[in-house]
Design a protein around this ligand. Sequence first.
Ligand SMILES: C[S@@+](CC[C@H](N)C(=O)[O-])C[C@H]1O[C@@H](n2cnc3c(N)ncnc32)[C@H](O)[C@@H]1O
Length: 250
Amino acid sequence: MKEGPISSTIVPMECCPIFSEESLPNHLLEYESKLKSIDETEIPGRDYFLHYKNSILSLCCLVEGEILSLALDYDHALRMLDRQNLSYARDPLKKIFKSKKDLESPIVEIGTGAAKDTMHFLALGFKVKSFERNLPIHLINLDAKMRGLDPRCLRLELLHGEYQREDVKSHWVYFDPMFIHEKNRSAKSSKSMQIFAKLLKDERAEVDFKKLFEQDFYKLILKRSNKQKAFAAVNYSVLGKSVCYDVFTK
Ligand SMILES: C[S@@+](CC[C@H](N)C(=O)[O-])C[C@H]1O[C@@H](n2cnc3c(N)ncnc32)[C@H](O)[C@@H]1O
Protein backbone atom coordinates (compact mmCIF):
# COMPACT_ATOMS: atom_id res chain seq x y z
CA MET A 1 0.00 0.00 0.00
CA LYS A 2 1.32 3.45 -0.84
CA GLU A 3 2.14 5.44 2.28
CA GLY A 4 0.48 8.82 2.76
CA PRO A 5 2.21 12.11 3.57
CA ILE A 6 3.73 12.50 7.01
CA SER A 7 1.51 14.76 9.05
CA SER A 8 2.92 18.16 9.91
CA THR A 9 2.57 20.45 12.90
CA ILE A 10 2.29 23.40 10.53
CA VAL A 11 -0.66 24.17 8.30
CA PRO A 12 0.96 25.47 5.11
CA MET A 13 -0.33 28.80 3.82
CA GLU A 14 -2.84 27.57 1.24
CA CYS A 15 -3.48 30.81 -0.61
CA CYS A 16 -0.69 33.28 -1.12
CA PRO A 17 -1.35 36.93 -2.04
CA ILE A 18 0.49 38.07 -5.16
CA PHE A 19 0.86 41.58 -6.60
CA SER A 20 1.83 41.06 -10.20
CA GLU A 21 2.85 43.97 -12.40
CA GLU A 22 3.10 41.77 -15.51
CA SER A 23 1.76 38.45 -16.83
CA LEU A 24 2.94 35.50 -14.83
CA PRO A 25 5.28 32.97 -16.49
CA ASN A 26 4.23 29.32 -16.88
CA HIS A 27 6.14 28.06 -13.85
CA LEU A 28 4.05 30.37 -11.63
CA LEU A 29 0.81 29.90 -13.56
CA GLU A 30 0.90 26.26 -12.51
CA TYR A 31 0.29 27.48 -8.95
CA GLU A 32 -2.50 29.90 -9.94
CA SER A 33 -5.12 28.11 -7.86
CA LYS A 34 -2.98 28.69 -4.75
CA LEU A 35 -2.36 32.37 -5.49
CA LYS A 36 -4.69 35.28 -4.75
CA SER A 37 -4.13 38.24 -6.99
CA ILE A 38 -4.06 41.61 -5.18
CA ASP A 39 -3.43 45.17 -6.33
CA GLU A 40 -1.26 47.92 -4.80
CA THR A 41 -4.09 49.27 -2.65
CA GLU A 42 -4.38 45.92 -0.87
CA ILE A 43 -0.75 45.81 0.27
CA PRO A 44 -0.75 48.06 3.37
CA GLY A 45 -0.92 46.09 6.61
CA ARG A 46 -0.32 42.69 4.96
CA ASP A 47 2.13 40.43 6.78
CA TYR A 48 3.52 39.10 3.51
CA PHE A 49 2.85 38.88 -0.23
CA LEU A 50 4.62 37.90 -3.45
CA HIS A 51 5.60 40.61 -5.93
CA TYR A 52 6.25 39.89 -9.61
CA LYS A 53 8.04 42.63 -11.51
CA ASN A 54 10.77 42.76 -14.20
CA SER A 55 10.41 38.97 -14.58
CA ILE A 56 11.56 38.41 -10.98
CA LEU A 57 9.46 37.04 -8.14
CA SER A 58 10.15 38.52 -4.68
CA LEU A 59 8.79 37.64 -1.29
CA CYS A 60 7.81 40.77 0.62
CA CYS A 61 7.27 40.69 4.36
CA LEU A 62 6.28 43.34 6.87
CA VAL A 63 8.95 43.34 9.59
CA GLU A 64 8.78 45.97 12.34
CA GLY A 65 6.74 48.33 10.16
CA GLU A 66 9.03 48.02 7.13
CA ILE A 67 8.43 45.92 4.01
CA LEU A 68 11.49 43.73 3.38
CA SER A 69 11.76 42.06 0.01
CA LEU A 70 13.72 38.96 -0.97
CA ALA A 71 14.43 37.51 -4.42
CA LEU A 72 16.98 34.74 -4.94
CA ASP A 73 19.78 34.64 -7.51
CA TYR A 74 21.17 31.11 -7.88
CA ASP A 75 23.82 32.07 -10.47
CA HIS A 76 25.25 34.74 -8.17
CA ALA A 77 25.21 32.38 -5.17
CA LEU A 78 27.07 29.67 -7.13
CA ARG A 79 29.65 32.19 -8.42
CA MET A 80 30.31 33.35 -4.86
CA LEU A 81 30.78 29.77 -3.66
CA ASP A 82 33.14 29.00 -6.56
CA ARG A 83 35.26 31.99 -5.58
CA GLN A 84 35.58 30.79 -2.01
CA ASN A 85 37.27 27.58 -3.18
CA LEU A 86 36.72 26.11 0.28
CA SER A 87 39.18 23.53 1.57
CA TYR A 88 38.21 20.31 3.33
CA ALA A 89 39.56 21.72 6.57
CA ARG A 90 37.55 24.94 6.39
CA ASP A 91 34.31 23.69 4.89
CA PRO A 92 32.40 21.43 7.29
CA LEU A 93 29.93 20.24 4.63
CA LYS A 94 32.80 19.27 2.36
CA LYS A 95 34.32 17.39 5.28
CA ILE A 96 31.15 15.36 5.81
CA PHE A 97 30.94 14.43 2.14
CA LYS A 98 34.66 13.84 1.66
CA SER A 99 35.27 10.99 -0.78
CA LYS A 100 31.57 10.85 -1.70
CA LYS A 101 32.01 12.71 -4.96
CA ASP A 102 30.47 9.71 -6.68
CA LEU A 103 27.22 9.94 -4.73
CA GLU A 104 24.73 8.86 -7.40
CA SER A 105 21.47 9.60 -5.66
CA PRO A 106 20.51 13.14 -4.66
CA ILE A 107 20.88 14.57 -1.20
CA VAL A 108 17.35 14.99 0.13
CA GLU A 109 17.02 18.39 1.73
CA ILE A 110 14.10 19.06 4.05
CA GLY A 111 13.46 22.81 3.79
CA THR A 112 14.86 24.74 0.83
CA GLY A 113 14.64 28.07 2.69
CA ALA A 114 16.84 30.71 1.02
CA ALA A 115 18.74 27.84 -0.68
CA LYS A 116 22.12 28.80 0.75
CA ASP A 117 22.84 25.20 1.73
CA THR A 118 21.22 23.93 -1.48
CA MET A 119 23.67 26.03 -3.51
CA HIS A 120 26.50 24.77 -1.36
CA PHE A 121 25.60 21.17 -2.21
CA LEU A 122 25.36 22.00 -5.93
CA ALA A 123 28.73 23.79 -5.77
CA LEU A 124 30.22 20.64 -4.21
CA GLY A 125 28.97 18.67 -7.21
CA PHE A 126 25.95 16.93 -5.73
CA LYS A 127 22.39 16.53 -6.94
CA VAL A 128 19.72 17.83 -4.57
CA LYS A 129 16.06 17.00 -4.13
CA SER A 130 14.72 19.78 -1.95
CA PHE A 131 11.34 19.92 -0.22
CA GLU A 132 9.82 23.19 0.94
CA ARG A 133 6.39 23.21 2.57
CA ASN A 134 6.01 26.98 2.74
CA LEU A 135 4.45 28.03 -0.58
CA PRO A 136 5.88 31.60 -0.95
CA ILE A 137 9.36 30.33 -0.05
CA HIS A 138 9.02 27.46 -2.53
CA LEU A 139 7.89 29.86 -5.27
CA ILE A 140 10.80 32.31 -4.95
CA ASN A 141 13.09 29.28 -5.23
CA LEU A 142 11.26 27.91 -8.26
CA ASP A 143 11.53 31.33 -9.89
CA ALA A 144 15.27 31.55 -9.12
CA LYS A 145 15.81 28.09 -10.61
CA MET A 146 13.93 29.03 -13.80
CA ARG A 147 16.08 32.19 -14.12
CA GLY A 148 19.28 30.29 -13.34
CA LEU A 149 21.67 29.90 -16.27
CA ASP A 150 24.30 27.90 -14.42
CA PRO A 151 23.99 24.26 -15.61
CA ARG A 152 24.27 23.08 -12.00
CA CYS A 153 20.71 24.40 -11.48
CA LEU A 154 19.58 21.38 -13.54
CA ARG A 155 20.85 19.10 -10.76
CA LEU A 156 18.27 20.55 -8.41
CA GLU A 157 14.72 19.27 -8.05
CA LEU A 158 12.40 21.56 -6.08
CA LEU A 159 9.26 20.14 -4.54
CA HIS A 160 6.48 21.89 -2.69
CA GLY A 161 5.16 20.21 0.42
CA GLU A 162 6.10 17.52 2.90
CA TYR A 163 8.34 14.59 2.10
CA GLN A 164 6.98 11.03 1.96
CA ARG A 165 8.65 8.05 3.63
CA GLU A 166 9.98 6.77 0.31
CA ASP A 167 11.66 10.12 -0.44
CA VAL A 168 14.03 9.87 2.50
CA LYS A 169 14.42 6.10 2.66
CA SER A 170 18.09 5.05 2.33
CA HIS A 171 19.19 8.58 1.41
CA TRP A 172 21.49 11.19 2.80
CA VAL A 173 18.99 13.61 4.35
CA TYR A 174 19.78 17.18 5.32
CA PHE A 175 17.67 19.25 7.72
CA ASP A 176 18.30 22.85 8.73
CA PRO A 177 15.29 23.94 10.81
CA MET A 178 14.47 27.33 12.33
CA PHE A 179 15.44 27.32 15.98
CA ILE A 180 13.68 29.39 18.62
CA HIS A 181 16.60 31.78 19.17
CA GLU A 182 16.65 32.44 15.40
CA LYS A 183 13.04 33.55 15.57
CA ASN A 184 14.02 36.42 17.88
CA ARG A 185 16.21 37.93 15.18
CA SER A 186 16.89 41.66 15.35
CA ALA A 187 17.24 44.19 12.54
CA LYS A 188 20.95 43.28 12.49
CA SER A 189 20.17 39.85 10.98
CA SER A 190 20.23 39.31 7.24
CA LYS A 191 17.09 40.19 5.32
CA SER A 192 16.30 36.55 4.64
CA MET A 193 16.68 35.67 8.33
CA GLN A 194 14.34 38.49 9.37
CA ILE A 195 11.74 37.43 6.80
CA PHE A 196 12.00 33.76 7.73
CA ALA A 197 11.89 34.56 11.45
CA LYS A 198 8.53 36.24 10.87
CA LEU A 199 7.07 33.75 8.37
CA LEU A 200 8.17 30.64 10.25
CA LYS A 201 7.47 31.78 13.79
CA ASP A 202 5.17 28.81 14.50
CA GLU A 203 7.59 26.07 13.42
CA ARG A 204 8.79 23.60 16.02
CA ALA A 205 12.23 22.35 15.03
CA GLU A 206 12.34 19.57 17.60
CA VAL A 207 8.95 18.13 16.59
CA ASP A 208 9.99 18.10 12.93
CA PHE A 209 13.33 16.55 13.83
CA LYS A 210 11.66 13.74 15.81
CA LYS A 211 9.47 12.82 12.82
CA LEU A 212 12.46 12.82 10.54
CA PHE A 213 14.54 10.82 13.01
CA GLU A 214 11.96 8.00 12.87
CA GLN A 215 12.40 7.65 9.09
CA ASP A 216 14.51 5.06 7.33
CA PHE A 217 17.25 7.41 6.11
CA TYR A 218 20.80 6.31 5.35
CA LYS A 219 22.33 9.27 7.18
CA LEU A 220 20.67 12.36 8.57
CA ILE A 221 22.54 15.64 8.94
CA LEU A 222 21.04 18.22 11.28
CA LYS A 223 22.41 21.74 11.07
CA ARG A 224 22.18 23.67 14.30
CA SER A 225 23.85 26.67 15.83
CA ASN A 226 26.59 26.05 18.36
CA LYS A 227 24.28 27.62 20.94
CA GLN A 228 21.62 24.95 20.39
CA LYS A 229 21.84 21.58 22.18
CA ALA A 230 21.79 18.40 20.07
CA PHE A 231 18.31 16.88 19.69
CA ALA A 232 19.46 13.26 20.06
CA ALA A 233 22.59 11.19 20.63
CA VAL A 234 24.74 11.85 17.59
CA ASN A 235 27.10 9.51 15.76
CA TYR A 236 29.47 12.39 15.15
CA SER A 237 29.40 16.17 14.75
CA VAL A 238 31.38 18.47 12.52
CA LEU A 239 31.94 21.98 13.80
CA GLY A 240 31.88 25.15 11.73
CA LYS A 241 32.52 28.70 12.94
CA SER A 242 29.10 29.24 14.48
CA VAL A 243 27.21 26.15 13.31
CA CYS A 244 27.44 22.47 13.99
CA TYR A 245 26.40 19.55 11.78
CA ASP A 246 25.18 16.49 13.70
CA VAL A 247 25.33 13.29 11.69
CA PHE A 248 22.97 10.43 12.61
CA THR A 249 23.20 6.95 11.14
CA LYS A 250 20.50 4.25 11.16
C1 LIG B 1 16.03 27.65 8.38
S1 LIG B 1 15.17 27.43 6.89
C2 LIG B 1 16.34 26.58 5.88
C3 LIG B 1 17.44 27.48 5.41
C4 LIG B 1 18.26 26.85 4.33
N1 LIG B 1 19.00 25.70 4.80
C5 LIG B 1 19.22 27.86 3.73
O1 LIG B 1 20.44 27.58 3.67
O2 LIG B 1 18.78 28.93 3.29
C6 LIG B 1 14.06 26.11 7.23
C7 LIG B 1 13.12 25.83 6.06
O3 LIG B 1 12.64 24.50 6.19
C8 LIG B 1 11.28 24.46 5.84
N2 LIG B 1 10.76 23.22 6.48
C9 LIG B 1 10.85 22.89 7.79
N3 LIG B 1 10.35 21.65 7.99
C10 LIG B 1 9.95 21.18 6.79
C11 LIG B 1 9.35 19.97 6.33
N4 LIG B 1 9.05 18.98 7.16
N5 LIG B 1 9.07 19.83 5.02
C12 LIG B 1 9.37 20.82 4.13
N6 LIG B 1 9.93 22.00 4.50
C13 LIG B 1 10.22 22.18 5.80
C14 LIG B 1 10.72 25.76 6.36
O4 LIG B 1 9.52 26.13 5.73
C15 LIG B 1 11.89 26.72 6.05
O5 LIG B 1 11.75 27.31 4.79
